[in-house]
Design a protein around this ligand. Sequence first.
Ligand code: CMX
Length: 440
Amino acid sequence: ASTLAETLESQVPAKRLALAELKKNHGSKVIGKVTIDQLIGGARGVKCMLWETSNLDAEEGIRFRGLTIPECQQVLPTFSGKAGDGEPLLESIIWLLLTSEVPTKAQVDGLTAELHERSSKLPKHVVPLLNSLPRDMHPMTQFSIGLNAAQTASVFAKAYADGVPKNEYHKFALEDILNVFAVIPEIAATIYRNVYFDGIVKKDQTLDYSGNFCRMLGYDDPSFDELMRLYLCIHTDHEGGNASAHTTHLVGSTLSDPYLSYAAGLNALAGPLHGLANQEVLKWIQALQEKFAKEGKEVNADTITEFAWETLNAKKVVPGYGHAVLRKTDPRYTCQREFGLKHMPDDPLFKIVDTIYSVMPGVLKEHGKVANPYPNVDSHSGVLLWHYGFTQYQYYTVLFGVSRAVGGLSQLYWDRALGLALERPKSHTPEWLENFAKNN
Ligand code: CMX
């Protein structure tokens, strides 16, 4: 089997069997308990979701199908064709997340060509619709509208309406999933070009997915292409519980098609405690620079510390720091820092981010509230983009959204292939909880 669809189809029977066996032999085993704290506190740590594509360890960070980010950088095909020579191609991560196999360069090239071909499946009404939206509508709102509007092309929805049997759903889901991957660069680029430029989107399908996306956005610099490859790879997946992935999975469990499921995921990503944090980081740094420029002071460890305390004392969060699961520096932060050290060691904004990193964990530890005082992915991504002249930070979360489609929807394939159930946890009223607490 060498195409993506063939590889996946060959894996489905064994996976179904393994899950059925697990359920039959061990279905009643207890894997955790739930406290009232967890019920009130956003279900932190409650084990209640099956997720194939990645796993997040609090100390070590993310592993994509068992591979850390540095391991992915070592083994996955790159633009030059040689693993380890540059950043992995997004197409290799798509292959890895979906199949759990490290693809060959030929397989990745085949997928690149397939996605370029599928990009023509963007329904004709979508770009005119995007063109009609107000320029001051947030780019994430536009992205969500664009993807929802593209849903008219869903083959899954049509197959369901035509009565396709349940054990075939995944085949139609895969069609939609690959089509979503293929069309979202044009939706995203149209928004960028409309909001900030002339609305014209130029493609170069001789390039890979990320390179072509950069041309569509209007960037033509091989070093920026590499950044985009890295950016798109590391934001794909962060196990199942994060809001965008979980939303996609939840909405998909109702048998909403992949377009509608991921559009819902985008709306979750648009929240400031989640994906929007990357724009908030840039806003925070700019406010910091502005304040100290006015006061005639330098931006350094002392002034950053002062500004951090102002933020905390105003009961606001320091964007880009903290995490619901991680308890160490996010490896997605570390690999972006390494990219910065390699490509822009003298960039003034890069240096500010580095100085923030040198003081913020100490400040947050002293503050004493935050479970994880270390930076997350969003703390670094904007500054790297800024270096290449990509300064429209209100747009940054759209890039995150292009990438997160890959994780959320790769899992959605397996949700349908494994026949996972409608998600429907149990809620309790405060009265029930109080009663329970009294009697236990
Ligand atoms: N600055 C200030 N306070 C923070 C904080 C930060 N960066 N991170 C957490 N806290 C506060 C919480 O608001 C909470 O306060 P209350 O008790 O008053 O509600 C307290 O510390 C404990 O929170 P926690 O257990 O450490 O963190 P949570 O799991 O509740 O929340 C997260 C995780 C990411 C939402 C939080 O750390 C945060 O708001 N960070 C800033 C926003 C951000 O960077 N988000 C991006 C996350 C990555 C992503 O999803 O893209």
